[in-house]
Design a protein around this ligand. Structure first.
Ligand code: SAH
Length: 526
């Protein structure tokens, strides 16, 4: 064991995940996650941040929720030591301990660092944006303000209310700082308010409670020391929340700025590849949705490039090239480059692109598509080519996924064309570790809606859901499924899913639009 401990190639980082909004992670935090072999994360760290970690990284959830601890601190400390040692035995690696907010602000990060230190393992710290500042900020409350508050204190509100003798010096706290930010205090709110008043803070001191601050679920409740506990009880206000006490809490009336978007309260699963998810996820988040990335597919090379390379060698002989997906374009051009060629090699052929995303990807390679069929059914695409002059005996190249549908080549052959299909990539299910956290959130009922951007996302998603047993079956019946276009919708229906809405324009923007419209119409009907 000692030998492993002494290795310097094990790196342990305590990383602050920020208060909830995933864009409030620091650059250093994102970089650390990007290098992680193991991530140990808890309840308050937004699981969306795990997308920064490599797909194959091990993800360990040590959820601790308020008072009911699933895992004790001692167990977490031991787990961290064990994981670090395992990495050492494997020749090194990076262990990231991801903690909500800042690791050293009521995060018990200090204890974890000490436990690691006692085991001979050094760790470094990436501070995070703490919820005590960020949640008030998102509620329009600056924790200090010239003329109103020149000091601020962070206080735990977690004290056992049953204790007669308080370990907290209420007198000192009540007068020690102008603004008081209580963490973990919702359950004790009545005690906190009473003690502060007993210690001499005026009963009309403004108070704001900010629950799930910085996230789409943010809720704010305002009152005074005298009224706030009853108001919170009346609406059943729950943890986790920051309690801000002090004159600054009243600035909210003028400074509140954060408005949950039209998708606030919805949790949407994004099933695209990890690499492609971000654009869709970002759009959904910008509209207030919580996003769960569940990468149902990975893009990998085909078992062999022989066919594709042979087609590339005779590119000049094709009258038409039909690109059916953005992935196909990307993979084809990569292969073309390896053959020492570029877009000029396509000069003899006329080029069809199915869908706007494919067209865009082609444009990124300097090729303007000659045709973009308005409809994506194989038959319609074949018609467009015929109209464009496709004659009997003409050669057509279709670079695409290994497992793509046969419909298009079949239809073209039926019209007399000679068709070469060049598999340039393959879609496979991703490593289990990278879908596990999202799957368990889904099984726990935390997801409301699922987006599909291709037939393979549908099929692999259904496979993953069925793997959950009866829970999965219920999910397939109850979730709202949104589809990017008719082919994807047809696949979803074949799999027995009912599609809530389909994009009118078959793009990511169109898909997001369909989701917003559908949820708005349904909310109105309710
Ligand atoms: N290390 C964390 C605090 C952990 S203690 C940090 O620096 O933020 C847990 C408490 O943090 C919760 O009980 C709640 O009071 C507060 N908290 C964490 N995230 C929060 C959020 N998004 N909104 C409001 N309060 C939050």
């Amino acid at each position: 064991m000692r030998a492993a401990d002494a290795r310097t190639d094990v790196e342990v980082l305590l990383v602050g995940a920020g208060p909830g909004d995933p864009s409030l992670l620091t650059l250093a935090g994102a970089a650390a996650l990007g290098r992680a072999d193991v991530v140990v994360y808890d309840y308050l760290a937004n699981p969306a941040l795990l997308a920064h970690a490599p797909a194959g990284a091990e993800r360990v959830y040590v959820g601790k929720k308020g008072f009911s601890e699933h895992v004790t601190q001692d167990q977490i400390n031991r787990l961290l030591v064990r994981k670090a040692r395992e990495l050492g035995e494997r020749g090194g690696g990076v262990l990231v301990r991801l903690k909500g907010g800042d690791p050293f602000v009521f995060g018990r990060g200090g204890e974890e660092a000490l436990a690691l230190g006692e085991a001979g393992i050094r760790c470094s710290v990436v501070p995070g944006v703490t919820s005590g500042i960020a949640a008030p900020a998102y509620a329009g409350v600056p924790v200090t303000h010239r003329g109103l508050a020149s000091s601020v204190a962070f206080v735990t509100g977690n004290e056992d209310p049953a204790k007669d003798e308080s370990a907290i010096d209420w007198e000192g706290i009540a007068h020690g700082a102008d603004t008081l930010c209580f963490y973990m205090g919702v359950r004790n709110l009545p005690v906190i308010a009473r003690r502060l008043m007993e210690a001499g803070r005026p009963a009309d001191t403004p108070v704001a409670l900010v629950r799930w601050g910085t996230t789409p679920e943010q809720e704010v409740l305002a009152g005074t020391l005298e009224t706030v506990a009853a108001r919170a009880a009346a609406v059943g206000f729950k943890a986790p929340a920051i309690i801000v006490v002090g004159a600054v809490a009243a600035l909210r009336d003028r400074l509140a700025w954060f408005e949950p978007g039209p998708l606030a309260g919805s949790t949407v699963a994004v099933t695209r590849t990890r690499a492609q998810a971000s654009a869709l996820s970002a759009r959904l988040r910008a509209l207030g949705a919580s996003v769960v990335e569940l990468p149902t597919i990975d893009i990998v090379p085909p078992p062999s490039y022989d066919e594709a390379d042979a087609c590339i060698a005779r590119l000049a002989g094709y009258r038409f090239i039909v690109f059916t997906s953005a992935n196909g374009v990307e993979a084809f051009f990569r292969r073309l480059a390896l053959a020492g060629l570029d877009s000029r090699a396509l000069a003899c052929a006329r080029i069809a692109a199915i869908g706007p995303a494919t067209t865009e990807e082609l444009a990124a390679h300097g090729v303007a598509a000659d045709f973009v069929p308005g409809e994506y059914r194989a038959e319609a695409v074949a018609d467009v080519l015929i109209e464009a002059g496709l004659a009997r005996g003409d050669w057509v190249l279709v670079p695409r996924a290994l497992e793509a549908r046969e419909a298009l080549p079949r239809m073209l052959r039926a019209r007399g064309a000679r068709v070469d299909v060049a598999p340039v990539y393959r879609t496979v299910p991703p490593p289990r570790a990278s879908v596990e956290p999202a799957l368990s959130r889904m099984a726990a009922g935390e997801v409301d809606a699922v987006t599909f951007t291709s037939s393979s996302t549908v099929r692999n998603f259904v496979g993953l859901a069925r793997g959950l047993g009866p829970d999965g079956k219920a999910l397939l019946e109850n979730l709202d499924f949104y589809s990017i276009g008719p082919i994807t919708t047809a696949t979803a229906r074949d799999e027995g899913l009912s599609v809530a809405a389909e994009a009118e324009e078959y793009t990511i923007v169109g898909l997001v639009h369909a989701i917003v419209e559908h949820r708005a119409t349904r909310a109105k009907r309710k």
